[in-house]
Design a protein around this ligand. Structure first.
Ligand code: BG6
Length: 467
C-alpha cells in the first residue's frame, strides 16, 4: 500500500492509527508493506516515518503503539518521496517493499493529498507504470463542480478503469449507515412505511461543535457545501432514499444509490441557507472578507415515485451547539379526529418520528404517542430506543476509515462512490454554485442562522431539543 500524503493531517489522525488497528485485529494481510509518500520537501527516512506513525497512533489510535503487534506493524513501514518530476525514491521504496513481500503483490494507492494534487499523482502513477493492476483510493471532495469532476474522472480513467477506483467517503464506513440498510430491508415493520404515503419529511443533520481546527487553507477553498453536504450528507441521503437493491452486491447497491442521485432536483438557491460563524474571518489564514460558508442548510427534493413531494432537509456546520450525526424521519399524522385537540400534552407531541443516530456506535429511536395514565384521554410522547453500545460488544467494531480501507483491500466497492453518481450530484448543485445566496452570520455554539426555521417551516428541526 502506498499512502500519498503520509505526513498530512488525515494520515496522522485517521489512516495510520486505522491501519495499525486493522493490523492488531489481524485484518491486514500478513505480508503487507505500507510505503508512506510525500513531496521531496517533506521527505522522511524510514526511521522517521516510523516515529511519525508511532506518535500518530499514540495520539489518535485506540491501541497504544507497543508490544509485538506494534513492532510488526512498524517493521512494515517504509518511506519514498515522490514529485511528479522525480518519482525515483518512491519507485525504489516500492520495489524494495515488493521484494520483501515476494510473489507479485497487488498494489493499493491512497491519495490522502489536497484535491488539487489528485490529477498529477494519478498521471505520475500512469507514467511510471506503478499503476499496473493496482487499486486507487481517492479522497473527497471529488472535484469542485461538474466540469472539474468530469475532468478528474477523465484523468483517472485514463490510468485506472472504474472497477479499480475507490472514491472514499468515510461516512459510508460508519456502522450505523450500513445499519440503515438492515433496518430498512430486513424488517417488515419499517420498509412498508418508508415512502411518501407515510413520511412527511426527512432530516439529515450533522452539526459539528468543532471549528475549522487550523485547516483554513483547505476550508477557504472548500466550504461546508463541498466539504460535507455534496459528499457525506448526500451519500447518506442515497442510502435513506434508495429503492430495495436486488442483492447486497456492490453493483446492485451502487446502481440503486446512483439512481437516487439522478432524481435529485436542481438545488434552488432560494432553498439554501449559507452561514458563517462569527469570528471565522479572524481565524489565522482566513481572508478577512471571506464569503466561504461554515454552515449550510438546504431543502432537497427527489423527482421519483417513492419520494415525490417529500422534502429532505440537510444541515451541517462548524462551531454549532453539538456534534451529532442524525437522520430523522417525520411521519404523517393519522386523522386523529377521535382525540380532542387539547388531548396532546406538552411540546413536541406532533408526528411520530424515527431517529437514526449514527454516531459510532449509534442508536435508533422511535417516538410515538401514548395515553397518559389516568381517567382522562391525554396523549404524551414516548420513545423506544435501541442502543448499540448497550446491546452489543462494540469493542471489535471498526471506524469508518478502517472499514473502508479493509473493503478497498478486499476489492469490495459497495460503500464507495461511483463516477456517474458524483457527476449527477454536481449537476444538481450547479444552480446553487452559479448563484450562491450570501452568507449569514451565526453565533458560535448556536444552531446556525435564524433563517433555518423558515427553511423548514411547518416542521421543525429535531435537534437541539430532540436529544
Ligand atoms: C471530514 C471533513 O470529511 O469529515 C471535516 O473534511 C469533518 O470537516 C469530518 O469535520 C467529520 O467527520 P466525523 O467522522 O468526525 O464526523
Amino acid at each position: 500500500m502506498v499512502l500519498f500524503g503520509a505526513t498530512g493531517d488525515l494520515a496522522r489522525r485517521k489512516l495510520l492509527p486505522g491501519l495499525f488497528h486493522l493490523a492488531k485485529a489481524g485484518l491486514l494481510p500478513s505480508r503487507c508493506r505500507i510505503v508512506g509518500s510525500a513531496p521531496a520537501r517533506f521527505a522522511l527516512s524510514d526511521e522517521d516515518f516510523r516515529k511519525h506513525a508511532s506518535e500518530a497512533v499514540a495520539e489518535f489510535g485506540r491501541a497504544k503503539p507497543e508490544g509485538r503487534a506494534w513492532q510488526e506493524f512498524e517493521g512494515a513501514l517504509h518511506f519514498g518521496a515522490a514529485d511528479p518530476e522525480d518519482p525515483g525514491p518512491l519507485l525504489s521504496a516500492v520495489r524494495e517493499a515488493e521484494r520483501a513481500v515476494g510473489g507479485s503483490p497487488r498494489r493499493l494507492f491512497h491519495l490522502a493529498v489536497p484535491p488539487t494534487a489528485f490529477g498529477s499523482v494519478v498521471e505520475m502513477l500512469g507514467a511510471t507504470g506503478l499503476a499496473g493492476n493496482a487499486r486507487l483510493i481517492v479522497e473527497k471532495p471529488f472535484g469542485t463542480d461538474l466540469p472539474s469532476a468530469r475532468a478528474l474522472n477523465g484523468t483517472i480513467h485514463a490510468v485506472f478503469d472504474e472497477s479499480r477506483v475507490f472514491r472514499i467517503d468515510h461516512f459510508l464506513g460508519k456502522e450505523s449507515v450500513d445499519n440503515i440498510l438492515a433496518l430498512r430491508f430486513a424488517n417488515g415493520l419499517f420498509e412498508p412505511v418508508w415512502n411518501r404515503d407515510h413520511i412527511s419529511h426527512v432530516q439529515i443533520d450533522v452539526p459539528e461543535s468543532i471549528g475549522i481546527e487550523g485547516r483554513a487553507h483547505f476550508f477557504e477553498g472548500t466550504g461546508t457545501f463541498r466539504d460535507m453536504i455534496v459528499t457525506h450528507l448526500f451519500q447518506l441521503l442515497g442510502f435513506v432514499a434508495m429503492e430495495p437493491p436486488t442483492s447486497l452486491t456492490a453493483k446492485s447497491l451502487r446502481d440503486e444509490k446512483e439512481k437516487v442521485f439522478e432524481t435529485v432536483k436542481p438545488l434552488e438557491p432560494a432553498h439554501v441557507i449559507r452561514g458563517q460563524y462569527e469570528g471565522y474571518r479572524a481565524e489565522p489564514g482566513v481572508d478577512p472578507r471571506s464569503d466561504t460558508e461554515t454552515f449550510a442548510a438546504l431543502r432537497v427534493e427527489l423527482d421519483n415515485w417513492r419520494w415525490a413531494g417529500v422534502p429532505f432537509y440537510l444541515r451541517s456546520g462548524k462551531s454549532l451547539g453539538q456534534g451529532r450525526h442524525v437522520v430523522t424521519l417525520g411521519f404523517r399524522e393519522p386523522a386523529l379526529r377521535m382525540f380532542p385537540v387539547d388531548a396532546r400534552r406538552g411540546r413536541d407531541v406532533r408526528g411520530n418520528r424515527l431517529v437514526v443516530d449514527f454516531a459510532d456506535p449509534g442508536r435508533i429511536a422511535a417516538r410515538f404517542l401514548v395515553k397518559d395514565p389516568g381517567p382522562a384521554m391525554h396523549l404524551s410522547t414516548a420513545q423506544m430506543t435501541f442502543d448499540y453500545a448497550e446491546s452489543f460488544t462494540t469493542m471489535h467494531s471498526l471506524e469508518g476509515y478502517e472499514r473502508l480501507l479493509l473493503d478497498a483491500m478486499l476489492g469490495d466497492q459497495s460503500l464507495f462512490t461511483r463516477s456517474d453518481g458524483i457527476e449527477s450530484l454536481w449537476e444538481a448543485a450547479t444552480p446553487l454554485l452559479d448563484d450562491p445566496p450570501p452568507v449569514e452570520p451565526y453565533a458560535p455554539g448556536s444552531w446556525g442562522p435564524g433563517a433555518i426555521h423558515r427553511l423548514i417551516a411547518l416542521h421543525d428541526w429535531y435537534l437541539p431539543d430532540g436529544r
